[in-house]
Design a protein around this ligand. Sequence first.
Ligand code: ZN
Ligand code: ZN
Length: 146
Amino acid sequence: MSLCSCHSGRSASECCEPILAGARAGSPLALMRSRYTAFVTENAEYLKRSWHPDYCPDTLEFAADTQWTQLLILDHGEDGNSGHVHFIARFREGTEWFELEEKSRFEKIDDDWKYLAGNTDFRPLSPGRNDACPCGSGRKWKKCCG
Ligand SMILES: [Zn+2]
Ligand SMILES: [Zn+2]
């Protein structure tokens, strides 16, 4: 099986793949994961389709050398037709590491979750020697990518 690009540890066919193919995301978290996968696979068409039309930008750009390595879900939930996900995504550009922390907001329209917008914070990562490697291997930084 091929593992899903959202780092869920599940196979793609049981995770984001059906949603990208048109199935409804059953929760804000499932939609957020599918959009993360779309960022990793540079699927602009899906990103636009899953974005609330009032918030969706006209053009989307992907940084060519960004390598997404880890997704950490800190909090998520839904209340009626509104939902939220708080997450950290880690990525590398060449030898430099960064993380993006976002509190995303979602709205359910016609029983279908859409992404509205989020408060996003970017920061460089400088792991300590004994910290968990941001590549998601589970190994220490000094024994992995450090
Ligand atoms: Zn997935
Ligand atoms: Zn590593």
